[in-house]
Design a protein around this ligand. Structure first.
Ligand code: FE2
Length: 330
């Protein structure tokens, strides 16, 4: 093993373990927005690349800007099999009746407490049976609880999680998703090389990264400095507009930070307290999931509770992830 690699692993492991064990809670006020239900929109599902987008945006005919390219939802920290998970699952099912989606980002801690794959029926297949029967695809990553059994390998192989490895990427229409293993024992060196290669080769207009652990957060674990140091420069350099995570059992949406919006959606089965930070757009300690309507020029985000109400709405403009790149180029 090279000195460089040993040094990376040593520093990385120390930092990540410190982060995982940290437990400061920030206090703050929480505001609730007006109830809102998104309207049903036509679907449009094929790749759109940057050059094509430019012609769309520069065109005087902007009617296609309101064509929905993709709708998906995200939820995390789900795997209890308890009442909280079933309540959120029911709101996901209810939401889909008026807002069809076929893709769910499942951001880790899929099986509590120790990633026991034999519990898969009670913590995944039964709670989401109605969605699975309709062919909705869940794309998962490994949380800290998931790696406690055989380092999460049974979940990587489980067909219902659609994982192509511990980290992987996939396209869905005009969006490219990048799934990360954010655990302390991940193969960070190779994963970061892979991530940079995939991001630099990506022709998708929307780049969305997801992993279990938080980066910017006002929850129990708080801001994750090692991840800010390691991951966010790549997000900034390659124009990642959105990072989605769990681990924190709450909902939090940030404003774009150096071009990236950070979404915590860990209220999939339980809740913990959350405060707010200067970059927080909205935070709430609520059982909830998040829904995303992707258009050519924006992503509209909704936070949805178990009362089926949309308690938060936000918009990510397309250029949010490219501002820093462009300004550097200029
Ligand atoms: Fe976790």
């Amino acid at each position: 093993m090279s000195l460089k690699r040993r040094k990376f692993i040593s520093l990385g492991s120390f930092s990540f373990i410190n982060f995982i064990n940290s437990g400061s809670i920030k206090s703050g006020s929480i505001k609730f927005g007006p109830a809102y239900l998104a309207s049903s929109i036509t679907t449009f599902n094929r790749p759109i690349f940057a050059s094509e987008l430019q012609s769309q945006i520069s065109s005087k005919d902007r009617s296609n800007k309101n064509d929905l390219l993709l709708r998906f939802i995200s939820v995390a920290d789900t795997g209890t099999g308890g009442d909280g998970q079933y309540s959120v699952a029911q709101s996901m099912i209810n939401y889909r009746r008026q807002n069809p989606y076929n893709l769910v980002i499942l951001a880790g801690d899929n099986i509590y407490t120790n990633g026991e794959i034999e519990k898969i029926n009670s913590v995944f297949e039964r709670p989401y049976a109605s969605l699975l029967k309709q062919g909705i695809k869940f794309y998962s990553v490994l949380g800290n609880h998931d790696i406690r059994t055989a380092n999460g390998e049974p979940q990587v192989k489980y067909f219902g999680f659609n994982m192509q490895g511990r980290y992987y990427t996939f396209y869905h229409g005009s969006v490219q998703f990048f799934a990360l293993d954010t655990n302390h024992n991940a193969d960070w060196q190779n994963q970061l090389i892979w991530l940079e290669k995939e991001l630099s080769n990506s022709k998708a207009i929307w780049k969305i990264v997801f992993g279990h652990h938080q980066i910017y957060s006002s929850g129990v674990y708080g801001v994750n400095k090692p991840f800010i140091d390691v991951l966010t420069p790549l997000f900034q350099k390659y124009g990642v507009q959105l990072y989605i995570n769990g681990h924190e059992h709450n909902y939090e949406r940030t404003r774009p930070i150096n071009g990236t919006t950070y979404m915590v959606c860990g209220g999939g089965a339980n809740t913990r307290p959350v405060g707010r930070s200067e970059w927080t757009e909205y935070s709430a300690s609520k059982l909830s999931f998040a829904a995303y309507n992707v258009y050519a020029d924006r992503i509209e985000i909704s936070g949805i509770g178990t009362d089926n109400e949309v308690f938060d709405r936000g918009v990510i403009p397309l250029n949010s992830g490219h501002l820093q790149v462009n300004s550097r180029l200029i």
